[in-house]
Design a protein around this ligand. Structure first.
Ligand SMILES: *Cc1c(COP(=O)(O)O)cnc(C)c1O
Length: 387
């Protein structure tokens, strides 16, 4: 099976992890700040807080921004469920903004409409909006940021797909138009630490809060304590935190992987261009790239033009899988998940997201993919669509 995504592990990655295993620290050692520094440098953010997953990063990012009971968080329905679940972890409620028909990202047009409607009708305005850079292509952050000033909400960029991507000539994660950005290092993503995530910010107070929340709310910093430090063994728990720490093995793998970030993203873009060229005459809509964006190309999503073919999306899916092509679907709209339906969301509520779901298909794309493997995907897709 040609998978839809796959990690790229080389001899240096393996050596980096083995070295840690033979060192003094398996957790809470020098590799974590080392990894955080490599992230800060790559995305040009002042602070980076490494954690055990992007899901944890989303959770502590919401908490640091004060999300709690009575608050509302808005995100896109076309994302992994974690982008919405983080609000619920904090006791807040979640709502969605429909997607843009060209980029499949959270639509600025629908965001503005929903904000206006909420203000006019005295409904809750969001405390935080979480745009997700689907496939690695940035959302229209400048416009979303302008709305945040007008309607007074904070922004967390779910940049899980997009390390190495750029927006208006700056690296995604630099938080120029947001309070916090989060990245995922799950093996299917651009760079991996097996499991892992990071939150970046330029705000010292948010960084401090997230650092506390990552590790039980415990500090050894006298400046954060309520009483004077009673000797070197003294520590204080100053808030209710979690154990969301990343291990030293993971951080060392991350440092080693980050050295290849530029080559990962360049190669993914080359493969995407090859798909663009090879699939242009097929009855499919190819991924569109907006001006001012440079995608990390985490995913290559096509949309089947079902009115032009004799076969359904489900049939295309199973035929390709039978033929060894590991296609996937990113994503089933979150509000259609049974759990979210029980919270009261209805089908039909976000029509662009729902029509996207009816014809979207993710083709295999990963760093180690050979041209020969990509050609197999292309030929097989043609066969299935045109027969
Ligand atoms: C993968 C992913 C997450 C969750 O990442 P984990 O590191 O697995 O917790 C969150 N949001 C999006 C958009 C993702 O793709």
């Amino acid at each position: 099976m040609i998978p839809y995504g796959k990690q790229d592990i080389n001899a240096e990655d393996i050596e980096a992890v083995l070295n840690v295993l033979q060192s003094e620290f398996l957790t809470q050692g020098p590799q974590i700040p080392h990894f955080e520094n490599s992230i800060k440098k790559a995305v040009k953010a002042q602070y980076a807080i490494a954690v055990n997953s992007a899901t944890s990063a989303l959770h502590i990012a919401c908490l640091a921004l004060g999300v709690g009971k009575g608050d509302v968080v808005w995100t896109t329905p076309i994302s992994f469920v974690a982008s919405a679940n983080c609000a619920l972890y904090c006791g807040a409620s979640i709502d969605f903004v429909d997607i843009d028909a060209d980029t499949y990202n959270l639509s600025v047009f629908h965001l503005q409409k929903k904000l206006q409607h909420a203000r006019l009708n005295h409904l809750s305005l969001p405390k935080v909006v979480i745009p997700v850079h689907l496939c690695g292509q940035s959302c229209a952050m400048q416009e979303i940021y302008q709305l945040s000033q007008e309607y007074d909400f904070s922004i967390i960029e779910d940049a899980s797909h997009s390390i190495g991507g750029r927006y208006l000539d700056r690296s995604i994660g630099g938080c120029q138009y947001s309070d916090i950005s989060i990245f995922s290092f799950h093996p299917v993503k651009i760079v991996t630490t097996a499991e892992g995530g990071v939150a970046t910010t330029n705000n010292a107070s948010l960084a401090q809060k997230m650092t506390l929340l990552r590790s039980h709310g415990i500090t050894r910093d006298p400046l954060l304590m309520s009483t004077t430090k009673e000797g070197d063994c003294y520590y204080e728990q100053v808030c209710l935190g979690f154990n969301y720490r990343m291990t030293e093995m993971q951080a060392a793998l991350g440092v080693s992987q980050m050295r290849r970030l530029a080559s990962f993203v360049t190669l993914r873009n080359k493969l995407a261009k090859r798909y663009d060229h090879a699939l242009q005459d097929l009855p499919v809509q190819l991924p569109q790239q907006m001006q001012g964006t440079y995608s990390s190309r985490h995913l290559y999503i096509i949309r089947l033009q079902l009115d032009k073919i004799q076969i359904t999306q489900k049939e295309v899916f199973s035929l390709l899988r039978e033929k060894g092509i590991g296609v996937n679907l990113h994503y089933i709209p979150i509000h259609l998940q049974p759990y979210y339906q029980r919270l009261g969301f209805l089908s039909g509520q976000f029509p662009h997201a729902e029509s996207y779901y009816k014809n979207a298909l993710s083709l295999p794309l990963y760093h180690g993919m050979t041209k020969a493997q990509q050609d197999v995907v292309i030929v097989t897709l043609k066969e299935v669509l045109l027969s």
